[in-house]
Design a protein around this ligand. Sequence first.
Ligand code: TYM
Length: 344
Amino acid sequence: MGFPQRVFSGVQPSGNLHLGNYLGAIKRFVELQARYDCIYCVVDLHAITVWQDPTELPRAIREVAAAFLACGIDPKKHIVFNQSQVAEHAELAWVFNCVARLGWLNRMTQFKEKAGKDRENASVGLYAYPTLMAADILVYRATHVPVGEDQKQHLELSRDIAQKFNKDFGQSIRDKGYGDTFFPLPEPLITGEATRVMSLRDGTKKMSKSDASDQSRINLTDDADAIAQKIRRAKTDPEPLPSEEKGLETRPEADNLVGIYAALTDTTRALVLKQFGNAQFSTFKTALTDAAVAKLGPIAAEMKRLLSDATAIDKVLADGAARAQKLAGETMKAVKDIVGFVHS
Ligand code: TYM
């Protein structure tokens, strides 16, 4: 069955938005606005699956919202809001907790990584995280989900949940007149040259908000000096750049920097290597710094300007939440019908 095409994606307000979040996700959110109706969410309910200081969380939520706007997301044409303002996300997540199987969640590598050795002490929320993510997407019956490579497994789980719900409740879906299937199977959109941006200190580790070393990542709020310094110190190998992509295969740090440059300048690794093949890293790093500063400088400045007026950001989020709630409310009403809850 054909579902109307709609994009949904989310970013956690857990501090330190970085170049990976920008190139792997937010930059692509911006591009998709031209082709789809989009819903972009600051996923604060997900953030509290690990401890968040209540005095810091509001700033972190507004910072992600400011990043969305500063990068070029239009909150009037599309929807920008924070998750906790639309209760239907948590409500549908509960239904999905009863659809998803323990065995499915036990396979989630992100839980294993985040819970670490002290698994007994991880929150129940961290374990159930992917069912809430499925609810985020499916409460809008979204069909396309732009994410970085690290979210692929969660997206597959969302598809499994949608499929099992459609199957388990198939009879009820048809009886209540909702067609043959109620939820679409959302498609991950993992595209471009920077689906997995790596740490600047170690080309085999993902660039991440939670890395103890600030030198490992470029933050969206870094100024030109900080960007230049981090790129200058970024780990490399002694060889000049190869002139073809194949030459990057065993060189994770070179591959990462070339990928970042390609994504920042909207080109491909192959074309970057045509230009910089046989160049020394010192030359390439200067060009990379210029590209990063040219792209990120205006974003940082605009974020700063937006964050100086919290009331204005809160208004954008409240307006987006009201519009999102209308859509989510309709889905939830239908889900209640389908599951068999008595409701008004
Ligand atoms: P989060 O907040 O960790 O990251 C936000 C987005 O940034 C991408 N990303 C990266 N891309 C490339 N290279 C990197 N090093 C890198 N680090 C992060 C992530 O893949 C993501 O797209 N669970 C999600 C948030 C979420 C969500 C959703 C996403 C909640 N509900 C529904 C899509 C649909 C997360 O923790 O992203």
